[in-house]
Design a protein around this ligand. Structure first.
Ligand code: DC
Length: 232
């Protein structure tokens, strides 16, 4: 009997290793991987680059709304790593969307209903043929409420801040742990309290707290769930 092709929705708090496990699963089973956080980050970068900001440094909602039609997001496969790189209007912005400047603006941008509607539509189109692993905040609740496998990942804020700190340090960025912890906590708050499609666990999601798990352990956990769901 052939295995059925499914949609895997991976949601959870920021910096808890969702994308690492999502990428790893996609690579092993030959599925397409989509990082929806990268799409929200690309919109935030667009706002920054075009100075669509209020005098206080927040996002200028009206001006972004008027220019939203210009925001073209796509992914191109890196020939070496076989991993998707985020493109904004045809330009590779994979590194730039991971800076603190973008991280600080992305949650308010992701709370804007016209931004969520535009990106949700694109994400749904990407999943039409199934065979996809998508990670984000509202994949199992809003983008694909009928996804065959839904995972909700979480870990303590301190563990998550430490992981992001190590990641940025490894890339040579000057970072302060306290600032990162604050950013993680602020984003948790905004992501869980926004009006439209807040971060919440879908009723039928399997919960994974990976605070004390190694990467290998979480990969094995996910693979087992995937195998069970595709063999049903
Ligand atoms: O996963 P990440 O940290 O790259 O996500 C960046 C931001 O985008 C995060 O603050 C929450 C938001 N986001 C969202 O609102 N919905 C998604 N599906 C994915 C990300």
């Amino acid at each position: 009997m052939g295995k059925k092709s499914i949609i895997v929705a991976i949601d959870g708090h920021s910096s808890c290793g969702k994308s690492t496990m999502a990428k790893s699963l996609a690579r092993k089973v030959g599925y397409v991987y989509v990082d929806t956080g990268a799409m929200y980050r690309a919109v935030a970068l667009f706002a920054l680059r075009n100075s669509l900001l209020t005098p206080e440094g927040g996002v200028d909602e009206e001006r972004l709304r008027r220019r939203m039609g210009e925001v073209e997001i796509s992914f191109s496969l890196d020939p070496q790593t076989r991993m998707p790189r985020t493109m904004l209007c045809g330009e590779d912005v994979e590194a730039e969307i991971r800076t603190m400047e973008v991280s600080n603006l992305v949650s308010p941008v992701a709370a804007l209903p016209f931004v969520r509607e535009a990106l949700t539509r694109q994400q749904q189109a990407m999943g039409l043929k199934k065979g996809i692993v998508m990670d984000g905040r509202d994949i199992g609740t809003a983008v694909f409420p009928d996804a065959e496998l839904k995972i909700f990942v979480t870990a303590s804020a301190e563990v998550r801040a430490q992981r992001r700190y190590d990641e940025l340090k490894a890339k040579g960025q000057e970072v302060c742990f306290e600032e990162i912890l604050q950013n993680v906590q602020e984003r948790d708050y905004i992501d869980s309290h926004r009006e439209l499609n807040p971060l919440r666990q879908a009723e039928d999601a399997l919960v994974l707290d990976n605070s004390h798990m190694t990467m290998e352990e979480q990969d094995a956990w996910l693979m087992e769930k995937f195998n069970l769901r595709t063999q049903e």
